[in-house]
Design a protein around this ligand. Structure first.
Ligand SMILES: Cc1ncc(C[n+]2csc(CCOP(=O)(O)OP(=O)(O)O)c2C)c(N)n1
Length: 383
């Protein structure tokens, strides 16, 4: 029996799709692997960017399709309406519909449950795909998208994949391409300078955990927060449960509002690339109480280690320096701790070079309101 991922990719091929753009979700990593290997593929930094790229591709005569998580639809609405829809360009959007079926992450529910209403309100057509038999609707709808220049979203329920597991490695992400010369390609020098990647995120967070004491810590969503909680909870930790790209903005907001506390943001390369403009705001507005600890593992770790553009093409440290942030590159335990403890006049960006990989730790047992209240109590403490 062909699995759902293979059926979909066959339908794409038959429907003439020749341009794909993806931003990963854990629940469609099998599909993403097939798409990135089988079609012209653009790995995105932000879903909204994909709308623009696909609009350009459609102008150039392509049949574009996007593959994203439903949270990303929230990042796309304006561009979908004022660009794709307005100019009458075709776009098929395959959406991993989270928060509706056997969902472990509560923060997926708000967008997941409201998504059909949001699409309806925006006048965007959609088809809910809950089982293999629903896939029969895809070919005709795809034809409509490209022949009648429509936007259409296919909402892929996690129920679809049940019992139809991809037979090839299910966890296989998109092809591990190298996107250009590796920025830190210093040969043997890298080792001597202590910039060779030796620690994964869990090892890195364990190494610096003690140095986070006393600071308000905003931690990136997914495995970074789960791992930090597992290493050791403090009431000063704001664990993000959703809202990718918001770690540094949240930390910046705290740092601007409470200058008596040190604020440390544990961000990720994928999340920073989704919202790099926040580094400009941080560099220009914040003071020495803000530190951005950017765990650069070159991957969307939490969704299956699909490579980000930081895996060889983008030097995040150089980006941060370009915006005017004091930047320190580090990979070894001692250097990471020294970097955190180093006094700085302005905001500091620690480019923490890590290996990809997640530790299989459980989801955080605290409720979101409990997390909020603990952090607020910590922030209102004097001294
Ligand atoms: C808008 C949006 N798009 C996609 C996702 C799915 N998602 C959750 S975590 C994550 C990866 C984050 O990668 P990175 O910031 O590099 O951190 P890492 O997990 O590698 O430490 C993705 C793509 C999401 N939650 N929100």
């Amino acid at each position: 029996m062909r699995c759902a991922e293979e059926i979909i990719t066959d339908m794409l091929r038959e429907g003439g799709v020749d341009f794909t753009a993806t931003l990963p979700c854990d629940r469609i990593k099998g599909l993403l692997g097939l798409v990135s290997r089988g079609f012209f593929h653009v790995p995105l930094t932000r879903e909204e960017e994909g709308v623009g790229i696909c609009a350009g591709a459609a102008l150039a005569g392509k049949r574009p399709a996007m593959f994203i998580q439903n949270s990303g639809v929230g990042n796309m609405i304006n561009a979908l309406l004022s660009l794709t829809g307005f100019y009458g360009l075709p776009l098929a959007v395959f959406v991993s519909h989270r928060g509706i079926y056997k969902e472990k992450i509560a923060a997926q529910a708000p967008m997941g449950l409201k998504l059909p209403g949001i699409l309806k309100g925006a006048g965007i057509g959609f088809t809910s795909i809950d089982s293999a038999s629903d896939l029969e609707q895809v070919p005709k709808t795809l034809e409509d998208v490209y022949m009648k220049n429509k936007i259409h979203a296919f909402l892929l329920s996690p129920a679809l994949w049940e019992g139809m597991e991809l037979k090839v490695e299910r966890n296989e992400g998109p092809e591990q391409k190298r996107y250009g010369a590796e920025f830190d390609d210093l040969g043997g020098e890298k080792e001597k300078m202590g910039l060779a990647r030796k620690l994964d995120r869990y090892e890195m967070l364990s190494s610096v955990w003690a140095a986070l004491d006393g600071a308000a810590v905003v931690c990136n969503l997914g495995f970074p927060s789960r791992e930090l909680y597992h290493i050791g909870h403090r009431p000063s930790h704001f664990y993000m449960l959703g809202s990718m790209g918001m770690a540094t903005p949240i930390g910046l907001g705290i740092a601007l509002s409470n200058t008596s506390k040190k604020v440390i943001v544990i961000d990720g390369d994928g999340s920073l690339l989704m919202n790099p403009g926040t580094l400009a705001t941080a560099a220009c507005l914040s003071g020495g109480n803000l530190t951005i600890f950017a765990v650069d593992n070159g991957a969307y770790g939490s969704t299956g280690n699909q490579p980000t553009l930081a895996a060889g093409c983008i030097d995040l440290g150089a980006v941060a320096r370009g915006f005017g942030l004091e930047t320190i590159k580090a990979a070894r335990e001692k250097d990471l701790i020294d970097a955190l403890e180093k006094k700085a006049k302005g905001p500091k960006f620690i480019h923490a070079l890590a290996l990809p990989g997640n530790r299989d730790v459980p989801v955080i047992p605290l409720g979101h309101m409990e997390i909020k209240h603990q952090v607020m109590e910590f922030l209102f403490l004097r001294g």
